[in-house]
Ligand binder design. Structure first.
Ligand code: NAP
Length: 250
C-alpha cells in the first residue's frame, strides 16, 4: 500500500498527542488537529524531529466548515485520509438538576456531533481506497454512568452507538470502526483538571484502588490500543468497544 494518512483530533494534548506520535512512529502521515495552531504545531514539530510526517491543523471539530478546511490542507499535504481517530473532547461536572440546555448542547456538539462531522467528511476517501479505520475515543463513563456527568457520559455513550452503526454501514468497504473507552488516564489536561477536584478526588482514588491494575492509565496505554486497531492486523475487528481501563468490568 502507499503511505497511510491519519487525522487525529485533539492531538495537541494528552491521549491525542500520544496517539499522533505513536501512529507516526508506525509510518503513518499525521494531521495533528486541535483548536489552537500553536499546540498542534508543537506536536507536529516533535513528530517531524523524530523522522515522521505531520502537519498542524487548527480547527474546531464541532464546526463543519472548519473541519472541511483542515481536511483540504491535510489532503494537499499527504493525500487521501483513510484513518481517523475522533479523540477531541471536553468534560464537565454539573449536578443533573443544574444542567442547562447550553451545557448539554455544547457537550454534545464537541464530543459527539464532532465525530459525525469529521467521520462523514473522511469516509468518501476510505470508500475510494477500499480500506479505512475509524477509532472513536469514548469513555468508561458511557458504560458505567458517572455522577455529575450526565451530559458527558451521554455524549460518550452516543459515540459507542455511532461506532456500532458505522461498523455495520461501511464494513462492506473494508472500513472498520471501533471505540476505545478510557478510564482514569493521567497526565492529560482533562484528567489533571478532573482528578484534582476536591469533590471528586477521594471518589476517583477509591475507584482506581478498586481496579485489578492499581494505577492510573497513561496516554500511551490508549495510543497502543489505537495503533493496533488501525493496523492491517485488526481488519477483522469492527463494531467493538475495547476497554483500556485497568480491568474495569462496567
Ligand atoms: P485533553 O488533554 O484535554 O485533550 C483534549 C484535546 O481536545 C485538547 O487539546 C483540546 O484543546 C482539544 N479540543 C477540545 N475541544 C476541541 C474542539 N472543539 N475542536 C478541536 N479540538 C478540541 O484530554 P484527554 O484526557 O487527552 O482526553 C482525550 C479524549 O479521551 C477525550 O475525548 C476524553 O473525553 C477521552 N477520555 C479521557 C479520559 C481520561 O482519563 N483522560 C477518560 C475517558 C475518556 P484545548 O486544550 O485547546 O481545549
Amino acid at each position: 500500500m502507499t503511505e497511510k494518512v491519519a487525522l487525529v483530533t485533539g492531538a495537541a494534548n494528552g491521549i491525542g498527542k500520544a496517539t499522533a506520535k505513536r501512529l507516526a512512529r508506525d509510518g503513518i502521515a499525521i494531521g495533528v488537529l486541535d483548536l489552537l495552531e500553536d499546540g498542534a504545531a508543537a506536536v507536529a514539530g516533535e513528530i517531524e524531529q523524530s523522522g515522521g510526517k505531520a502537519i498542524a491543523l487548527a480547527a474546531d471539530v464541532s464546526d463543519r466548515e472548519s473541519v472541511q478546511a483542515a481536511l483540504a490542507r491535510l489532503r494537499d499535504a499527504f493525500g487521501p485520509v483513510t484513518i481517523v481517530v475522533n479523540n477531541a473532547g471536553i468534560t464537565g461536572f454539573v449536578p443533573f438538576l443544574e444542567l442547562t440546555d447550553e451545557d448539554w448542547d455544547r457537550m454534545l456538539a464537541v464530543n459527539l456531533k464532532s465525530a459525525f462531522i469529521v467521520t462523514q467528511e473522511i469516509i468518501p476517501d476510505m470508500i475510494a481506497a477500499g480500506w479505512g479505520r475509524i477509532v472513536n475515543i469514548s469513555s468508561s463513563s458511557a458504560q458505567s454512568g458517572a455522577v455529575k456527568m450526565a451530559h458527558y457520559s451521554s455524549s460518550k455513550g452516543g459515540m459507542i452507538a455511532l461506532t456500532r452503526t458505522l461498523a455495520q454501514e461501511f464494513g462492506e468497504h473494508n472500513i472498520t470502526c471501533n471505540a476505545v473507552p478510557p478510564r482514569f488516564v493521567h497526565n492529560t489536561a482533562m484528567s489533571n483538571e478532573s482528578f484534582e477536584r476536591e469533590d471528586m478526588k477521594e471518589r476517583f482514588q477509591a475507584m482506581v484502588d478498586a481496579g485489578p491494575i492499581r494505577r492510573h492509565g497513561e496516554p500511551e496505554d490508549i495510543a497502543g490500543a489505537v495503533a493496533w486497531l488501525v493496523s492491517d492486523e485488526a481488519g477483522y475487528v469492527t463494531g467493538q468497544v475495547i476497554g483500556v481501563n485497568g480491568g474495569r468490568y462496567i
